[in-house]
Write a protein that binds this ligand. Structure first.
Ligand SMILES: [Zn+2]
Length: 212
């Protein structure tokens, strides 16, 4: 994906797309009343058409099952694609050149596997930090509560070091981009924290322990 689709393009594409052309690829539409087309609803099983499309208004609505929306919603729902993919599909249809902006939309850009990998790398980072000299207080804290090293490893406990950049620097050194880290929410917070399993929430706590 090339980047974010600006709202003006999203609007322009919708404006120039005839919803009846798109819906017509999936549903056989016939003229109903003025400005309205009718067909068998693709979202529920029916024998007589209660699925209406109003090209002038850019909306569809089914009186049988209540489904309704604009052309993007129709494509998302029927093709099981994201909002951005629906926009791109319409753009391609009308040969509209999208002016992509830097960054990414909410539903595109970074893939899920990378986000999971970033989270795993973050967990590993915090676990490694628990072995540093800075983390002595945290280790003492765990020992007092009968968490030995094996238990720490088993439960994925970690230590969040002082400073703001440790995690980001470590993950960027492993090849993760700022966008991936921000999308994974690992860097969207203002402070370093652990974000893996619920057990690892401990590590966020240990980083704030008073130092001796
Ligand atoms: Zn329906």
């Amino acid at each position: 994906m090339a980047g974010r689709i600006p709202p003006r393009d999203i609007e322009a594409i919708k404006h120039r797309t005839n919803i009846a052309d798109i819906v017509g690829e999936y549903v056989q539409l016939k003229g109903a009343s003025v400005g309205s087309l009718k067909g068998l609803c693709p979202f529920h099983d029916e024998k007589s058409p209660s699925f209406n499309v109003r090209p002038d208004q850019g909306f569809y609505h089914c009186f049988g099952c209540g489904e309704g929306g604009d052309v993007y919603k129709f494509l998302q729902k029927l093709e099981n694609i994201t909002f951005y993919e629906a926009v791109e599909k319409c753009a391609a249809k009308i040969s509209y050149q999208i002016t992509y902006e830097a960054g990414s939309g909410r539903d595109e850009g970074v893939n899920r596997a990378r986000l999971l990998a970033a989270n795993e790398a973050a967990a590993k980072y915090f676990q490694q930090q628990l072995g540093t000299s800075e983390a002595q207080t945290a280790r003492d804290f765990l020992t007092q509560r009968n968490f030995d090293q094996a238990a720490s490893v088993h439960f994925g406990l970690g230590y969040a070091p002082k400073g703001w950049n440790g995690l980001g620097d470590a993950l960027k050194a492993q090849g993760f981009t700022e966008e991936e880290l921000s999308r994974s929410t690992l860097l969207s917070l203002r402070k370093v924290r652990a974000t893996t399993s619920s057990e690892a929430d401990w590590s966020g706590q240990s980083g704030t322990l008073p130092t001796r």
